[in-house]
Design a protein around this ligand. Structure first.
Ligand code: SF4
Length: 387
């Protein structure tokens, strides 16, 4: 199998991972040359980076062979499908060639575990070093850290990548047992994320790639282990506050044929959306776990976003005065985000906000905000949607 065919196979197999701030699957642009023609069918993902930049991201593994047997995973050992493997030098060269031709701009790089975690991590590091120091690649690189990787491998990853990640998959030891009984939640996974934060805090940033330490993220398989949203968000909150994670990703569980979980029903995608919304409230909006509108079962309501559910409980009878509220208070109002809160604070230096239309011009989603606000002491006039 030639290198491009292997890469196509690996890139199409790696579609279950999420990266960057946002990523959507897409086909390549129309081919313009021989290599581009051959690369047709390679999956690249338009992605928004943490700095707001947009790139065409190639997600690929070094190998889709894996000796582990995680129950939910398409790559688990013994599952019957066509696998592909690269040597570090081959992968680096074919990626770099596609990068030079403008076919791909960034790399999300993962791997199945083959020959042990430490050997696999070494192979990934070899690939990254070839890219950075032999082939001069300076673009975006997200490196996955293998379960059980050593501390000096974590450090080396951080000296080569813009972002590193360890997938926790489940929120705690008990839940992980139901997804991946041979992975150790604390010893193999959480500890590595702890090392990332320890290194960021204890070593000077100039040792990191491009003079700064990479951000770190994790991913959960939502709904795979029978866990509640409360469990997922408790761990998320811990990851943000104690381990400095930039983001937690949630992937709604989808059963994969040929795995022990193939008969389990999929998680509704709206649950994934509600988890993201709640995680932003924890990370960016000053909400605490105690304020999350969990149902008795510990889940978020699916029919309403968590900020709106909170507002119905706490703001419907004590609306917030837009002309006096502080930034954090404004951001608790549905339909008002960080930028709109700042715009409101700027605008009210010059005049009192009395009309809902003024708020709309500042960026608020007024249909959502109106029931929970006062404008100069008066309830906002608005026409509720009929349907
Ligand atoms: S170690 Fe990773 S690639 Fe291997 S089976 Fe588990 S989740 Fe899949």
């Amino acid at each position: 199998m030639d290198a491009i065919t292997r890469l196509k196979l690996l890139s199409s197999q790696t579609t279950f991972e999420v990266d960057a701030e946002n990523s959507l699957r897409s086909a390549l642009p129309p081919p313009t040359g021989c290599l581009e023609q051959k690369a047709r069918g390679l999956l690249v993902h338009p992605a928004v980076l943490p700095n707001g930049g947009r790139i065409q991201l190639l997600k690929s593994m070094l190998t889709s062979a894996c000796e582990r047997d995680c129950y939910y995973c398409p790559f688990r050992s013994g599952r019957d499908f066509q696998r592909a493997t690269f040597k570090p030098d081959d992968f680096a060269r074919v990626f770099m060639e596609l990068h030079r031709r403008g076919v791909v701009e960034g790399l999300f790089f993962s791997s199945g575990v083959a020959g042990g975690s430490i050997r696999t991590q070494d192979q990934m590091l070899d690939t990254a070093e070839i890219l950075r120091y032999k082939l001069g690649y300076r673009g975006y690189l997200h490196l996955k850290i293998m379960p059980g990787a050593e501390k000096d491998q974590v450090l080396r990853s951080m000296q080569l990548a813009d972002r590193v990640s360890v997938n926790l998959e489940a929120p705690n030891t008990e839940r992980l047992q139901r997804l991946a009984p041979h992975k150790a939640f604390l010893d193999e996974l959480v500890t590595r994320l702890g090392w990332v934060e320890e290194i960021r805090k204890s070593k000077p940033a100039y040792l990191g790639w491009n003079g700064r330490w990479p951000s770190s993220t994790t991913q959960f398989v939502a709904g795979g282990a029978g866990e509640s949203d409360l469990e997922l968000l408790q761990t998320t909150e811990f990851m943000y506050s104690k381990l400095g994670l930039k983001r937690t990703y949630f992937m709604a569980f989808k059963p994969v044929p040929g795995t022990p979980m193939e008969a389990q029903p999929p998680t509704p995608p709206v649950r994934e959306l509600r988890l993201y919304q709640a995680s932003y409230l924890l990370r960016d909006y000053g909400f605490s776990m105690e304020e999350m509108p969990f149902t008795r079962s510990g889940d978020l309501p699916l029919n309403v976003d968590p900020k709106q559910a909170w507002a119905q409980l706490y703001l419907a009878h004590s609306p917030i005065e837009i002309n006096q509220a502080g930034r954090s208070e404004l951001m608790r109002i549905p339909g008002i985000g960080q930028k709109t809160a700042d715009a409101i604070i700027r605008a009210r230096r010059f005049h009192t906000l009395r009309e809902i239309s003024m708020l709309r011009k500042l960026g608020a989603v007024t249909e959502r905000a109106a029931p929970y606000i006062l404008l100069d002491g008066r309830k906002a006039e608005y026409q509720p949607a009929l349907f």
